[in-house]
Design a protein around this ligand. Structure first.
Ligand SMILES: [Zn+2]
Length: 395
């Protein structure tokens, strides 16, 4: 990997302040120094042919963004559902995903990887689809840090081509896990795709297999009113409460969306250290999450795009939307303009995502040399006109 030096750049520090006029040195992928830039130092540095120099002037060097919830398998649906009539899940998503092939998944992963890298995202969590091996091979080459799952549902009403038994479902993830977990920058998690499309047998088996391997378990949670009503009508409890009764909740459980939460469910998320994320653009038609209350409880909240079928894979767009939604939904009513400050949102899209991915706390932020020696580049630096984005991981 050699030596890479970014000169005369601005650096986003862990406290969300910006240090201007800095030079960042790396060696074999490890950040070895962040020091003040010295005028004209490029001339001296360029004499060493082993060193790659990047001009960081007028750019910000910051941690890569983490998309905590996306769908590679819906990449080719880009923008197709925006004005579609309900139920999008049953009318569009399921029929579309029933037609996926290894070739389409390879193409989808290539497009998704490009879209993420172009917009400064260097880590992501895929909620699970089909032929994930084809996607995994692409992501391995991309250098992106990814958490992958196989789509997991056993509802009897699913189309034949994607209907599997509980045992077949967990066996698919077992195979994906054995082939790709820990390979390159990839991890594999177990998944409960849509909770109302999973039998109790499948939920328990997926949770059991995840626990045996120390793997993560992810699910779409508390996203739709009909999902809440489904559990209330059948079991007299809400979705998070239902999973608690099954003994499924713990710190390895990833709950995507988390829009429609009761106070008791928020307490349960905190009690079991469940990790959560929101997908602002996708969530707009469903509800406004009580993010301030979640953060106040110390619950991890990341940000996701929910895949390209919604608003594309740019987390910058998601952050702008989230800021507006929080202001209108949570701030205006109490005259609190800073209900969700920009620094907090950036932290959610970086550190929140790494916590969601269960990366160590040190990996995400650019800190001083004492801890920087533990970092290394996990993927290529993403260069946009104004941003140099780096995702680091523990060496
Ligand atoms: Zn989703």
């Amino acid at each position: 990997m050699g030596k890479l030096i970014v000169t005369n750049t601005s650096v986003l520090l862990p406290d969300m302040t910006i240090a201007r006029g800095q030079t960042v040195e790396t060696e074999n992928g490890i950040i070895s120094a962040i020091r003040p830039y010295q005028e004209g130092e490029e001339i001296t540095l360029s004499r060493n042919k082993e060193t790659e120099l990047l001009d960081g002037s007028r750019k910000l060097l910051m941690p890569g963004l983490c998309d905590s919830h996306m769908h590679t398998g819906q990449q080719l649906l880009k923008g197709q559902i925006l004005d579609a009539l309900p139920m999008i899940w049953t009318r569009i998503m399921l029929p579309f995903e029933s037609t996926l092939t290894p070739e389409k998944m390879e193409l989808s992963a290539e497009l998704a990887a490009l879209e993420m890298i172009k917009s400064g995202t260097t880590s992501f969590v895929d909620a699970g689809s089909y032929f994930m091996e084809s996607a995994a091979d692409v992501y391995l080459q991309s250098g992106l840090r990814g958490l992958l799952s196989a789509s997991t549902m056993d509802d009897a009403s699913l189309p034949d081509v994607i209907r599997h038994t509980a045992d077949q479902n967990v066996a698919q993830t077992d195979a994906l896990y054995d082939a790709y977990h820990g390979k390159g920058n990839l991890k594999v998690a177990y998944s409960l795709r849509s909770l109302i499309s999973c039998t109790e047998e499948l939920i328990l088996k997926a949770a059991g297999h995840a626990k045996e391997r120390g793997a993560l378990l992810q699910a779409h949670m508390n996203e739709y009113p009909n999902e809440i009503n489904f559990f209330l009508q059948r079991f007299g409890v809400r979705p998070i409460e239902y999973l608690e009764k099954l003994g499924v909740l713990d710190e390895r459980f990833l709950a995507a969306h988390c829009i429609l939460l009761s106070e008791n469910e928020k307490d349960l998320l905190k009690k079991y250290n469940v990790k959560t994320c929101h997908c602002p653009f996708s969530n707009c038609g469903k509800g406004i999450p009580d993010t301030p209350a979640l953060l106040q409880r110390g619950i991890t909240v990341g940000l996701g795009t929910d895949g390209a079928a919604h608003g594309g894979l740019s987390l910058w767009n998601e952050m702008k939307i989230f800021r507006s939604v929080m202001n209108v939904g949570r701030g205006v009513g109490i005259s609190e303009a800073a209900v969700m400050p920009a620094a907090k949102i950036i932290r959610m899209a970086t550190q929140g995502g790494y916590d969601y991915l269960h990366e160590t706390a040190e990996v995400s932020l650019l800190e001083k040399r004492r801890t920087l020696s533990r970092f290394r580049f996990a993927s290529r630096i993403c260069i946009r006109p104004e941003i140099l984005s780096i995702h680091c991981s523990s060496a």
